[in-house]
Write a protein that binds this ligand. Structure first.
Ligand SMILES: [Fe+2]
Ligand SMILES: [Fe+2]
Length: 376
């Protein structure tokens, strides 16, 4: 028996194969208005990855001689073993292959987000929520196209998905529970993505990659808000037992995402390609990364986990029960004191300004908050 934890009628769900419920006469009368602003804002940030007036993937980059991302974005280079092993052109090739692995993981994540939002259409009963999900599915589809195009232009083809990430995405896409989908994808994966996109946008040496990140963020900022609306309307009404279920699921997803990013086993083929053994790299990591160093790195405001942790914290999903899972990577008290401004929002706003100019010939600035909040 599937346990749905639904506190607001607009997240009411049926089984994925229960189409009969969708054509019940009573169903058509209700339609939540909470997502209307986000749905209609989709026109403000429309873009087409195949149209050069938005982005041109034919713009080249000297991938043999230039690193796409800075060295401190490649944690393995902070270890003595890898640092001493890779010099000159081979070092640049390594950095660019790590970038390829990271962007491939993002591409697989986008494919997961596409399948997941489509799956929400099958289970959510509310028409407004369904329209939101269908709209997100359409935007995720253009992200899949955009990242495929970018990867094709730089490397020809993506790298396969690491097994840990693949398992997590599969579990979310196939889960019948709405809370698992929304907490796992909308809050954690989307939160991690916003953090990663913001960092790539700021740090990348490739103007095409920078621009791609900003365009994707104009959409993702809204997806991330959908998770927030769910949390605002659900978390305060959870019983202690239900809260524990949601909180534990979030901690489990977080640990999996972290593992995917930091465990060298997930990219062992890549290390092998450079004559490095992943188990030796792992040992070198353990030797190099004292907790203090890591914590310092994590506390940079653009750090990729920060958006994700802040979202969960603001939503009341992290309590004393699980805060230690996250506390190693970020100063929780400091995070608690910050406002609810997210690191990616300013970049997304600027991106929407660009799209307004291309789409409508005007650039009057864009207030993301006003368009992405829940309609009352
Ligand atoms: Fe996406
Ligand atoms: Fe998304």
């Amino acid at each position: 028996m599937v346990r749905q934890i639904t506190k607001d009628e607009m997240y009411d769900a049926v089984a994925p194969d229960d189409f009969a419920s969708m054509i019940e006469v009573d169903r058509y009368a209700g339609r939540a208005t909470a997502f209307d602003k986000i749905i209609s804002a989709t026109h403000d940030h429309f873009w087409d990855p195949l149209d050069k007036k938005y982005i041109d993937f034919d713009e080249g980059f000297d991938i043999e001689n230039e690193a796409l991302i800075p060295e401190d974005f490649v944690p393995a280079l902070q270890t003595k073993l890898v640092d001493e092993h890779l010099k000159g052109k081979e070092r640049i090739r390594f950095i660019n292959e790590v970038a390829r692995w990271q962007l491939s993981a993002i591409l697989h994540g986008e494919a997961g987000a596409l399948a997941l939002s489509a799956s929400l259409c099958h289970i959510l009963r509310d028409q407004g929520a369904q329209e939101y999900a269908a709209n997100q599915a359409r935007e995720e589809a253009r992200h899949v196209t955009a990242f495929s195009k970018y990867i094709e232009s730089r490397w020809g083809a993506p790298l396969p998905c690491g097994p840990t990430l693949q398992n997590l995405l599969t579990e979310m896409v196939n889960a019948p529970e709405v809370y698992k989908k929304i907490v796992g994808m909308q809050m954690l994966v989307e939160g991690l993505a916003m953090g990663a996109f913001a960092t790539f946008f700021k740090e990348s040496n490739d103007p095409v990659m920078k621009h791609l990140m900003q365009l994707v963020m104009t959409d993702e900022a809204f997806h991330h808000k959908f998770g927030k609306i769910w949390a605002d309307r659900t978390v305060p009404h959870l019983s202690e037992e239900e809260h524990n279920i949601v909180e534990d699921w979030a901690a489990e997803c977080f640990q999996t995402l972290l593992f995917n990013l930091v465990n060298p086993e997930q990219m062992k083929d890549l290390y092998a390609d450079f004559g490095l053994d992943w188990e030796e790299v792992m040992a070198a990591f353990l030797e190099a990364a004292t907790d203090d160093e890591r914590r310092e790195r994590m506390q940079e405001s653009t750090d990729i986990f920060r958006v994700l942790i802040k979202t969960l914290l603001n939503a009341g999903i992290i309590t004393d029960r699980t805060k230690d899972v996250y506390a190693t990577y970020v100063n929780m008290d400091e995070l608690r004191q910050e406002g609810d401004e997210m690191v990616g929002d300013a970049i997304a706003e600027e991106g929407i300004g660009f799209l307004q100019k291309v789409n409508f010939g005007k650039d009057e600035g864009y207030d993301l908050k006003a368009h992405a909040s829940a309609a009352e």
